[in-house]
Write a protein that binds this ligand. Structure first.
Ligand code: ADP
Ligand code: MG
Length: 198
């Protein structure tokens, strides 16, 4: 089973490409929670997801409006809970409605409302890299076995996209590095085994 993955992107475009690589894995009911400080690149990542889902309109930050809805291959609900002060406030604003089983939900600052999220979701943490203004460390943390499998699929797509952009060596080098917390032997199960099969 594919566990947590860490990738360093070197430009906003690469972060967007990672978001786009996630899109083919997304189905209605799926939830992606994004963490990271202001300016980390959460909205850039969501723009990539939206592009990959075929959203045609402009995708902007919902920091002040809290929720934006787009139509692509599926409805995409883009939530930013930065200005929400409590779980209760989120509840009062109607969180159940954004957990629409016919839509894909992406939540910026999702860590703040994690008790409201379904246990199965993908957590994406984006962190700035000290001394490298255009680099970001992106951790993809699958919550639930479905997401571990989807991550394996995302890797295949990411390799294609980065390859087309001439950055494949970089991605291969970054993505294939097993996380320090995971002994190499544990990678040869389930989705990861299929993925490494050819
Ligand atoms: P957030 O939604 O996390 O507050 P945004 O996505 O709105 O952040 O903004 C991220 C900013 O960082 C953008 O101005 C973007 O151009 C810049 N940036 C620089 N390097 C990167 C990178 N590797 N990935 C994502 N954004 C980057
Ligand atoms: Mg944002």
């Amino acid at each position: 089973m594919m566990g947590e993955v860490s990738i360093t992107t070197r430009s906003p475009e690469q972060t967007g490409m990672l978001g786009a690589a996630l899109a083919p894995e997304l189905l209605p009911g799926d939830v992606v929670s994004l963490g990271g400080d202001i300016g980390a690149g959460k909205t850039v990542f969501v723009k990539g997801i939206a592009f990959g889902l075929g959203v045609e309109g402009r995708v902007t930050s919902p920091t002040f409006t809290i929720v934006h809805e787009h139509m692509g291959r599926y409805p995409l609900i883009h939530l930013d809970v930065y200005r929400i002060n409590s779980i209760q406030e989120m509840f009062d604003l109607g969180f159940e409605e954004v957990l629409d089983p016919t839509a894909v939900l992406v939540v910026e600052w999702g860590d703040a409302v994690v008790p409201l999220l379904p246990p199965r979701h993908l957590q994406v943490d984006i962190r700035a890299v000290p001394g490298a203004p255009d680099e970001r460390n992106i951790s993809l943390i699958p919550r639930g076995s479905t997401w571990a499998r989807k991550l394996a699929g995302m890797q295949v797509t990411a390799l294609e996209l980065f390859s087309a952009a001439g950055a494949v060596e970089h991605l291969e080098q970054m993505w294939s590095r097993p996380p320090a917390s995971q002994p190499p032997g544990t990678r040869d199960h389930g989705g990861a085994a299929e993925m490494n099969g050819d």
